[in-house]
Design a protein around this ligand. Sequence first.
Ligand code: ZN
Length: 77
Amino acid sequence: MASTRPPFAIGRSGYRIAYYAHEINHCPGCGKSHWLMGRMTAECAYCSTALPLNEGAMVGNGLFRGKTGKIPAPLAA
Ligand SMILES: [Zn+2]
Protein backbone atom coordinates (compact mmCIF):
# COMPACT_ATOMS: atom_id res chain seq x y z
CA MET A 1 0.00 0.00 0.00
CA ALA A 2 1.33 3.40 -0.96
CA SER A 3 2.07 5.90 1.79
CA THR A 4 0.20 9.22 1.75
CA ARG A 5 2.98 10.95 3.67
CA PRO A 6 5.02 13.36 1.52
CA PRO A 7 8.55 12.09 0.93
CA PHE A 8 10.18 15.28 2.15
CA ALA A 9 8.94 17.96 4.56
CA ILE A 10 11.27 20.92 4.96
CA GLY A 11 9.78 21.90 8.31
CA ARG A 12 10.56 18.48 9.80
CA SER A 13 14.01 18.01 8.33
CA GLY A 14 15.96 19.71 11.13
CA TYR A 15 18.72 22.28 10.71
CA ARG A 16 19.57 22.85 7.07
CA ILE A 17 22.29 25.22 6.08
CA ALA A 18 21.68 27.21 2.91
CA TYR A 19 22.87 30.28 1.06
CA TYR A 20 20.58 33.29 1.54
CA ALA A 21 20.68 35.96 -1.15
CA HIS A 22 21.00 39.59 -0.04
CA GLU A 23 22.59 38.55 3.26
CA ILE A 24 26.17 38.08 4.41
CA ASN A 25 26.80 34.34 4.30
CA HIS A 26 29.87 33.00 6.08
CA CYS A 27 31.27 29.71 4.86
CA PRO A 28 30.77 26.87 7.35
CA GLY A 29 34.13 25.43 6.27
CA CYS A 30 36.49 28.40 6.49
CA GLY A 31 34.42 31.37 7.72
CA LYS A 32 35.08 33.59 4.72
CA SER A 33 32.29 35.20 2.72
CA HIS A 34 33.26 35.21 -0.97
CA TRP A 35 30.97 32.98 -3.06
CA LEU A 36 30.75 31.76 -6.62
CA MET A 37 27.09 31.65 -7.57
CA GLY A 38 25.47 28.98 -9.67
CA ARG A 39 21.86 28.18 -10.46
CA MET A 40 21.44 25.60 -7.72
CA THR A 41 24.38 26.14 -5.36
CA ALA A 42 26.82 28.72 -4.09
CA GLU A 43 30.42 27.61 -3.76
CA CYS A 44 32.97 29.14 -1.42
CA ALA A 45 35.77 30.77 -3.42
CA TYR A 46 38.39 29.72 -0.86
CA CYS A 47 37.61 26.17 0.19
CA SER A 48 34.99 25.05 -2.39
CA THR A 49 32.30 24.24 0.17
CA ALA A 50 29.00 24.19 -1.72
CA LEU A 51 25.69 25.29 -0.21
CA PRO A 52 22.23 24.99 -1.78
CA LEU A 53 20.48 28.25 -2.60
CA ASN A 54 17.58 28.97 -0.28
CA GLU A 55 15.51 30.37 -3.14
CA GLY A 56 15.59 27.08 -5.02
CA ALA A 57 16.73 28.40 -8.39
CA MET A 58 13.31 29.45 -9.64
CA VAL A 59 14.66 32.36 -11.65
CA GLY A 60 16.80 32.49 -14.74
CA ASN A 61 16.76 31.74 -18.43
CA GLY A 62 15.71 28.32 -19.63
CA LEU A 63 13.60 27.38 -16.59
CA PHE A 64 10.04 26.25 -17.26
CA ARG A 65 7.22 26.80 -14.84
CA GLY A 66 4.33 24.36 -14.75
CA LYS A 67 1.79 26.36 -12.76
CA THR A 68 0.31 28.22 -15.75
CA GLY A 69 -0.34 25.09 -17.77
CA LYS A 70 1.00 26.79 -20.88
CA ILE A 71 3.71 25.22 -22.96
CA PRO A 72 6.38 27.81 -23.71
CA ALA A 73 6.88 28.77 -27.34
CA PRO A 74 9.87 27.16 -29.02
CA LEU A 75 13.01 29.21 -29.17
CA ALA A 76 13.65 31.01 -32.43
CA ALA A 77 17.32 30.09 -32.44
ZN1 ZN B 1 35.06 28.29 2.64
